[in-house]
Every structure is written in C-alpha cells, then in structure tokens.
Design a protein around this ligand. Sequence first.
Ligand code: EPZ
Length: 418
Amino acid sequence: MKQLVIEGNRNLTGEIKISGAKNSVVALIPAAILSYEEVTLYNVPNISDTLSLIDILKLLNCNVDYHNDKMIINNKNIENKVITEDLSKKLRASYYFMGALLAKFNYAEIYFPGGCNIGSRPIDFHIKGFEKLGAEVIIDGNKYIFKAKKLKGAKIYLDFASVGATINIMLAAVKAEGTTYISNAAKEPEIVNIATLLNNMGAKITGAGTSEIKIEGVEHLGKGVIDVIPDRIEAGTYVIMGALLGKKLEISGIIEDHIEALLSKLKEMGVDIKVVKDSKIIINAPESLRPINVKTLVFPGFATDLGQPMSVLLTQANGMSIFEETIYENRMGHIKYLQKMGANITLTDRTAIITGPTKLYGTDVVATDLRAGAAMVIAGLIAEGTTYVEEIEHVLRGYENIIEKLTAVGAKIEIIEE
Ligand code: EPZ
C-alpha cells in the first residue's frame, strides 16, 4: 500500500510551474477522435487520467504518440468498439466517448463512468441532450448503448449548468445536421478550450464560455492543434498552500481570470498576493488570517474543486468561518480527518462552521477523493509532526509531479510503499 508521508511546518519558497488542466485534457483527447486526421495536443499533464484515456484510444485502434507534454493522436485506422467496463470505470471523463463516438459513428456502447465518490453524479442531462439530437438511448444494466440514424440539431436547455453535459452535447452536435443551441450551458474555461480545438478542426461553435452556445453542424472535421490550458484547480491548490506557508512562493503559468474568485477570497482574508503579467502569482503567508464565508458555485463563482483545500485554510483563520458546498451532496468526507488532526469544525449536511486558529497534529488520514486528498496534503504541510495519507492514488489522478514540485520549494514529502 502506498502512503504519502509529510513532515509539517516548513515554509515554501521558490517557483511551482502549473501543468495542463486535467478537466480539459480529459475532454480534448476524446474530442480528437472526431477527425480522421492528426490531432496534436500540447501541455498534456502526465497524470493517471491521461494514461487511462490513452488506453481507451488504443482499444479504438487509434495511434498515440505521447512524449514529454506533447500528444499526437492519429485516427486513420480507428474502429468503433465497446468501451469496456474496467476502462470506463477508471475515470468520470470516459463518458466523453459517448458524445464523440455517437457523432463519429452514430453508435456508441460504453459503461457507466467512474470518478470521485462525491455524490450520486447521474448523467441524465447528457442522455436528455443526446435524445434531443435524435439518439436512441438503451440502458442495459450499467452499460449504455447510443444509436442514431442521423443526429439532427436541436434546442437543448440544461436544468443545471453541468460541465460534463455541456461538453458531451457539444461533441455530439458538431457533426449533426443543422444547428444546435445549448441554453444554461456551463461557462467553465475548459469548455472554451474544447470548443477552440473543435473550431480549429473545422467545427462552427460560437458562445463557448457563455450560457448560450450555438453549434452549426459540419460534414467534416480535419487536422487540429491545441494547447491545454493551465490547470486552475492545481494552481488554486498551490496558492492556498502559499497563503499558509509561502515565503515568496511563485506559482507560474496560470491564467489569473480563471482563479479570480479564489484570489478575491484570499485578499479578504488578508493574504499578500502579487500577480505578475496575469501569469504568475507571488504569495506570502500573513501573520494572521481573517475569517470569511465561502460558498461553492458554478464558474465564475468559487470552484467546488477548491472547496476542500480551502476548508483547511479556514481552520487557521482568527475566528469563525462558514464553508458551504452547493454543487455536490457528498463532498465533506475530508472533514472528519481534519477534526482528527485537531481542527474545530461543526458539520451540518453540506455546511461546515470552522473556528480557528487551531493547531493541527500529524496522524493517519485517508484521501477519500481527489480534492479531499489535496486537502490532506495541505493539512499535513501545516501540521505539527508527521502525517500519513492513505489512498493517494486519488491525488496522483489529478496532480502532476506533486512530490517533485513541493520538494523543490522546501516541503518534506515522499511516497512510501508498505
Ligand atoms: C466536472 O465534473 C469536473 N470533472 C469536476 O471535477 C467538477 O467538480 C465539476 O465539473 C463541476 O465543476 C471533470 O471535468 C472530469 P457537472 P462533471 O456535470 O462534469 C449534477 C475534480 O475534482 N448533474 O458540472 O461531472 C452533478 O451530480 C472533479 O477534478 C446531474 O444531476 O460535473 C453535480 O451535482 C470532481 N445530472 C452537478 O450537476 C447530470 O447529467 C454538477 O455536475 C450531470 C450533472
């Protein structure tokens, strides 16, 4: 069993360069199969989700050349195959092959996706969208079969601005006959990154990044090239570490607008943050932190994926803070481990009342999901003594080279195998 071992209470100084965004690359890779020609992705993070998607591409007989952070995908010999249960279950984003294969072959067979256990996470909005485009959806146990004679453009209103449903419907609609409108679409930056690649390949998508997206179907999609945007959640996680332990800690390769909600909350707490040319942040931990209230929302609101890391920071504020999770019904699994480390938190359903500052003490904790794992790493970095984090596979799914990056700025963190 692998464990992360963290010695706490060491300042962080130096530079951390942010990698490509997990939640973008996991949609860009399936999107690439829409072309019979070569698609090149730059700034591809070497994380386990990327490797799981490469396994799916290989199953579909695609040729993949991935070196350093460059990936060339060649689909000229692609075959439509059932995406097996074990591959589907490895990650949530396997569901993007539903939209991509449906658009390419008018047929897709795939199992229910995996992903973090942070709620029931149904895919009803995706299915409703595919049905609106004219697909027949057959649910056979936890396997889904999607088939259509010809997909046709449609007006689709999303009951909730779902990231996954917006992207999956966009993938299915790019080659549909006629025009599709997605209303109440999600506005996350990753959606703009996917639309940019598809437009580079010859699609006609307008309005990505707004709540009204228009997709005029095209016959053919060709070569494509794209840079994966920086990972705003990885950036936010390191910025939060800087607010606690930073001594001139530099976080580079970011896009300031993508983490604006976080930066404004940190300034409210009294954290000294300098932004250099919109792409680099220099952060110093203040003597004391002011308490604040945080509520997670869809973009451009405070990201739910930064909620768990942020709750650790709130344990060190002078006074009472209220942290509320509004997107997922079961994303507070990390709280009991923060309490075990000494935090003063009262949890009611999705709201945590956090009173600080409290000293945290190193102990055995578990990464219950990806961002809960990030929260455990942050707690371990500020704790007195040694923290042992189990189930670290969750963390490695979304943070490229986290050990190397943190060690380079002065942290004492390693993986041990027992
Ligand atoms: C994406 O998940 C991200 N994952 C999540 O990041 C992120 O938390 C989420 O967007 C919100 O920002 C990837 O991009 C791979 P949603 P997704 O559809 O697309 C409900 C991380 O830590 N819903 O916007 O699955 C759903 O249950 C991960 O990197 C339905 O009810 O999120 C949730 O409560 C975790 N029916 C809410 O909407 C549907 O058909 C938002 O989900 C779809 C969603």
